[in-house]
Design a binder for this molecule. Structure first.
Ligand code: PGA
Length: 247
Protein backbone atom coordinates (compact mmCIF):
# COMPACT_ATOMS: atom_id res chain seq x y z
CA UNK A 1 0.00 0.00 0.00
CA UNK A 2 1.10 3.55 -0.63
CA UNK A 3 0.85 6.23 2.00
CA UNK A 4 0.94 9.79 0.74
CA UNK A 5 1.33 12.54 3.30
CA UNK A 6 -0.60 15.76 2.84
CA UNK A 7 0.06 18.99 4.71
CA UNK A 8 -3.51 19.50 5.86
CA UNK A 9 -7.16 18.90 4.96
CA UNK A 10 -7.08 21.17 1.90
CA UNK A 11 -3.93 19.53 0.55
CA UNK A 12 -5.37 16.04 1.20
CA UNK A 13 -8.56 16.98 -0.64
CA UNK A 14 -6.64 18.34 -3.63
CA UNK A 15 -4.45 15.27 -3.91
CA UNK A 16 -7.42 12.88 -3.65
CA UNK A 17 -9.28 14.82 -6.35
CA UNK A 18 -6.20 14.63 -8.61
CA UNK A 19 -6.16 10.84 -8.32
CA UNK A 20 -9.91 10.52 -9.02
CA UNK A 21 -9.57 12.93 -11.97
CA UNK A 22 -6.70 10.84 -13.34
CA UNK A 23 -8.89 7.73 -13.07
CA UNK A 24 -11.65 9.43 -15.09
CA UNK A 25 -9.13 10.68 -17.62
CA UNK A 26 -7.69 7.19 -18.08
CA UNK A 27 -11.13 5.54 -18.20
CA UNK A 28 -13.97 7.97 -18.99
CA UNK A 29 -16.58 5.30 -18.17
CA UNK A 30 -14.98 4.44 -14.83
CA UNK A 31 -17.08 3.02 -12.00
CA UNK A 32 -16.37 5.05 -8.88
CA UNK A 33 -17.13 3.76 -5.41
CA UNK A 34 -18.07 6.82 -3.35
CA UNK A 35 -18.22 7.65 0.33
CA UNK A 36 -20.09 10.06 2.59
CA UNK A 37 -18.93 11.69 5.83
CA UNK A 38 -17.15 14.96 6.41
CA UNK A 39 -13.72 13.90 5.11
CA UNK A 40 -14.55 13.47 1.38
CA UNK A 41 -16.46 16.78 1.12
CA UNK A 42 -13.31 18.74 0.18
CA UNK A 43 -12.40 16.09 -2.39
CA UNK A 44 -15.83 16.49 -4.00
CA UNK A 45 -15.44 20.28 -3.97
CA UNK A 46 -12.16 19.98 -5.86
CA UNK A 47 -13.76 17.62 -8.39
CA UNK A 48 -16.59 20.14 -8.91
CA UNK A 49 -14.00 22.89 -9.50
CA UNK A 50 -12.28 20.76 -12.12
CA UNK A 51 -15.61 20.07 -13.80
CA UNK A 52 -16.49 23.78 -13.80
CA UNK A 53 -13.08 24.58 -15.30
CA UNK A 54 -13.84 22.17 -18.14
CA UNK A 55 -11.11 19.76 -17.07
CA UNK A 56 -13.31 16.83 -16.11
CA UNK A 57 -16.23 15.08 -17.78
CA UNK A 58 -18.50 12.82 -15.71
CA UNK A 59 -20.92 12.05 -18.56
CA UNK A 60 -19.88 8.40 -18.84
CA UNK A 61 -18.98 7.81 -15.19
CA UNK A 62 -21.04 5.45 -13.00
CA UNK A 63 -20.96 5.31 -9.24
CA UNK A 64 -21.89 3.03 -6.36
CA UNK A 65 -21.94 4.35 -2.81
CA UNK A 66 -20.73 2.44 0.19
CA UNK A 67 -23.79 2.59 2.42
CA UNK A 68 -27.22 3.98 3.27
CA UNK A 69 -29.46 4.18 6.33
CA UNK A 70 -32.27 1.64 6.36
CA UNK A 71 -35.64 3.39 6.48
CA UNK A 72 -34.62 6.71 4.92
CA UNK A 73 -35.78 7.76 1.48
CA UNK A 74 -33.37 9.48 -0.89
CA UNK A 75 -35.00 12.85 -0.30
CA UNK A 76 -34.56 12.75 3.48
CA UNK A 77 -31.85 15.30 4.22
CA UNK A 78 -29.92 12.79 6.36
CA UNK A 79 -29.87 10.06 3.73
CA UNK A 80 -26.62 9.33 1.98
CA UNK A 81 -28.35 9.65 -1.41
CA UNK A 82 -29.27 13.21 -0.44
CA UNK A 83 -25.70 13.86 0.71
CA UNK A 84 -24.29 12.70 -2.62
CA UNK A 85 -26.74 14.81 -4.62
CA UNK A 86 -25.93 17.89 -2.53
CA UNK A 87 -22.17 17.43 -2.35
CA UNK A 88 -21.37 16.16 -5.84
CA UNK A 89 -24.01 14.88 -8.24
CA UNK A 90 -26.06 18.10 -8.52
CA UNK A 91 -22.93 20.03 -9.45
CA UNK A 92 -21.37 17.91 -12.22
CA UNK A 93 -22.60 16.30 -15.45
CA UNK A 94 -22.98 12.79 -14.05
CA UNK A 95 -26.07 10.91 -15.26
CA UNK A 96 -27.93 10.28 -11.97
CA UNK A 97 -29.48 7.12 -13.38
CA UNK A 98 -25.96 5.70 -13.31
CA UNK A 99 -25.43 6.54 -9.64
CA UNK A 100 -26.37 3.92 -7.07
CA UNK A 101 -26.84 3.93 -3.32
CA UNK A 102 -28.30 0.98 -1.38
CA UNK A 103 -32.09 1.22 -1.28
CA UNK A 104 -32.86 2.46 2.23
CA UNK A 105 -36.58 1.98 1.67
CA UNK A 106 -36.29 -1.77 1.01
CA UNK A 107 -37.60 -3.36 4.23
CA UNK A 108 -36.37 -6.82 3.34
CA UNK A 109 -32.70 -6.61 4.32
CA UNK A 110 -31.66 -9.80 2.52
CA UNK A 111 -33.24 -8.51 -0.68
CA UNK A 112 -31.76 -5.00 -0.34
CA UNK A 113 -28.27 -6.46 0.12
CA UNK A 114 -28.52 -9.05 -2.67
CA UNK A 115 -29.91 -6.38 -5.01
CA UNK A 116 -26.98 -4.09 -4.22
CA UNK A 117 -24.38 -6.77 -4.81
CA UNK A 118 -26.11 -7.36 -8.17
CA UNK A 119 -25.90 -3.62 -8.97
CA UNK A 120 -22.15 -3.64 -8.31
CA UNK A 121 -21.69 -6.76 -10.43
CA UNK A 122 -23.79 -5.35 -13.27
CA UNK A 123 -21.64 -2.20 -13.26
CA UNK A 124 -18.66 -4.48 -13.87
CA UNK A 125 -17.07 -3.92 -10.47
CA UNK A 126 -15.53 -0.81 -8.99
CA UNK A 127 -12.49 0.82 -10.59
CA UNK A 128 -11.69 3.19 -7.75
CA UNK A 129 -13.22 3.08 -4.28
CA UNK A 130 -12.99 6.25 -2.18
CA UNK A 131 -13.09 5.68 1.60
CA UNK A 132 -13.06 7.66 4.81
CA UNK A 133 -12.07 5.99 8.05
CA UNK A 134 -13.83 5.98 11.41
CA UNK A 135 -12.05 6.72 14.67
CA UNK A 136 -12.28 2.98 15.40
CA UNK A 137 -10.94 2.01 11.96
CA UNK A 138 -14.32 1.32 10.39
CA UNK A 139 -14.77 1.61 6.61
CA UNK A 140 -18.31 2.03 5.36
CA UNK A 141 -20.38 0.70 8.26
CA UNK A 142 -18.01 -2.23 8.79
CA UNK A 143 -17.45 -1.83 12.52
CA UNK A 144 -14.87 -3.66 14.68
CA UNK A 145 -15.91 -7.33 14.79
CA UNK A 146 -14.66 -10.89 15.04
CA UNK A 147 -14.77 -11.29 11.27
CA UNK A 148 -14.65 -9.50 7.94
CA UNK A 149 -17.99 -9.56 6.11
CA UNK A 150 -17.83 -10.28 2.41
CA UNK A 151 -20.88 -8.80 0.67
CA UNK A 152 -23.41 -6.05 1.27
CA UNK A 153 -25.08 -6.59 4.63
CA UNK A 154 -27.37 -4.96 7.16
CA UNK A 155 -25.74 -3.48 10.27
CA UNK A 156 -27.32 -2.56 13.59
CA UNK A 157 -26.01 0.86 14.57
CA UNK A 158 -24.39 1.16 17.97
CA UNK A 159 -26.13 3.16 20.69
CA UNK A 160 -23.35 5.76 20.54
CA UNK A 161 -23.83 6.23 16.78
CA UNK A 162 -27.59 6.58 17.26
CA UNK A 163 -27.07 9.12 20.05
CA UNK A 164 -24.51 11.04 17.96
CA UNK A 165 -26.98 11.19 15.05
CA UNK A 166 -29.96 12.25 17.16
CA UNK A 167 -29.15 15.95 16.73
CA UNK A 168 -30.00 15.69 13.02
CA UNK A 169 -33.50 14.29 13.64
CA UNK A 170 -36.71 15.53 15.26
CA UNK A 171 -36.35 12.92 18.00
CA UNK A 172 -34.10 10.00 18.87
CA UNK A 173 -36.88 7.63 17.77
CA UNK A 174 -36.56 8.94 14.23
CA UNK A 175 -32.87 8.03 14.01
CA UNK A 176 -32.35 4.97 11.82
CA UNK A 177 -31.33 1.88 13.81
CA UNK A 178 -29.91 -0.05 10.88
CA UNK A 179 -27.88 0.63 7.76
CA UNK A 180 -27.01 -1.27 4.61
CA UNK A 181 -23.30 -1.31 3.81
CA UNK A 182 -20.93 -2.84 1.30
CA UNK A 183 -18.85 -5.56 2.93
CA UNK A 184 -15.08 -5.81 3.12
CA UNK A 185 -15.18 -8.25 0.19
CA UNK A 186 -16.86 -5.60 -1.98
CA UNK A 187 -14.27 -3.01 -0.95
CA UNK A 188 -11.32 -5.34 -1.49
CA UNK A 189 -12.63 -6.21 -4.98
CA UNK A 190 -12.19 -2.61 -6.16
CA UNK A 191 -9.22 -2.29 -8.51
CA UNK A 192 -7.91 0.75 -6.63
CA UNK A 193 -8.80 1.90 -3.13
CA UNK A 194 -8.24 5.53 -2.10
CA UNK A 195 -8.62 6.26 1.61
CA UNK A 196 -8.57 9.82 2.93
CA UNK A 197 -7.84 10.69 6.56
CA UNK A 198 -7.45 14.06 8.22
CA UNK A 199 -6.99 15.31 11.75
CA UNK A 200 -5.58 14.21 15.07
CA UNK A 201 -8.80 12.33 15.87
CA UNK A 202 -7.86 9.87 13.10
CA UNK A 203 -4.22 9.40 14.21
CA UNK A 204 -4.93 6.30 16.30
CA UNK A 205 -7.03 4.70 13.54
CA UNK A 206 -4.35 5.42 10.93
CA UNK A 207 -1.64 3.98 13.16
CA UNK A 208 -3.64 0.86 14.05
CA UNK A 209 -4.91 0.26 10.51
CA UNK A 210 -1.76 0.73 8.48
CA UNK A 211 1.09 0.06 10.91
CA UNK A 212 -0.41 -2.75 13.02
CA UNK A 213 -1.61 -6.30 12.44
CA UNK A 214 -4.38 -7.11 9.97
CA UNK A 215 -7.39 -7.80 12.16
CA UNK A 216 -11.18 -7.50 11.94
CA UNK A 217 -11.01 -5.52 15.19
CA UNK A 218 -9.61 -2.73 12.99
CA UNK A 219 -11.46 -3.29 9.73
CA UNK A 220 -9.39 -0.86 7.61
CA UNK A 221 -6.27 -2.92 8.39
CA UNK A 222 -7.32 -5.36 5.65
CA UNK A 223 -6.33 -2.69 3.12
CA UNK A 224 -2.70 -3.61 3.83
CA UNK A 225 -3.42 -6.71 1.72
CA UNK A 226 -4.94 -4.80 -1.22
CA UNK A 227 -2.68 -4.66 -4.26
CA UNK A 228 -3.46 -1.03 -5.11
CA UNK A 229 -4.43 0.81 -1.94
CA UNK A 230 -3.54 4.48 -1.58
CA UNK A 231 -3.89 6.32 1.71
CA UNK A 232 -3.76 10.10 1.67
CA UNK A 233 -3.39 11.24 5.26
CA UNK A 234 -2.52 14.67 6.53
CA UNK A 235 0.24 15.44 9.03
CA UNK A 236 -2.17 15.30 11.96
CA UNK A 237 -3.59 11.94 10.91
CA UNK A 238 -0.03 10.57 10.58
CA UNK A 239 1.17 12.17 13.83
CA UNK A 240 0.97 9.04 15.99
CA UNK A 241 2.73 6.89 13.39
CA UNK A 242 5.48 9.50 13.25
CA UNK A 243 5.69 9.73 17.05
CA UNK A 244 6.06 5.94 17.23
CA UNK A 245 8.80 6.08 14.59
CA UNK A 246 7.04 3.81 12.09
CA UNK A 247 6.45 6.52 9.47
P1 PGA B 1 -15.85 11.38 8.80
O1 PGA B 1 -16.35 9.90 8.87
O2 PGA B 1 -15.29 11.57 7.43
O3 PGA B 1 -17.11 12.20 9.01
O4 PGA B 1 -14.83 11.55 9.87
C1 PGA B 1 -15.55 8.92 8.33
C2 PGA B 1 -16.16 7.58 8.62
O5 PGA B 1 -16.73 7.41 9.73
O6 PGA B 1 -16.06 6.70 7.76
Amino acid sequence: MRIIEAKNYEDMSKKAAEIIAAQILLKPDAVLGLATGSTPVGTYQNLIKKYEAGELDFSQVSSVNLDEYKGLSGDHDQSYRYFMNENLFNHVNIDKSRTSVPNGLEEDAAKACADYDAVIAAAGGVDLQLLGIGGNGHIGFNEPAEEFKVGTHCVKLTESTIEANARFFASIDDVPKYAYTMGIGNIMAAKTVLLVASGKNKAQAVYDSFFGPVTPHVQASILQLHKDAIVIADEDALSLAREKGVY
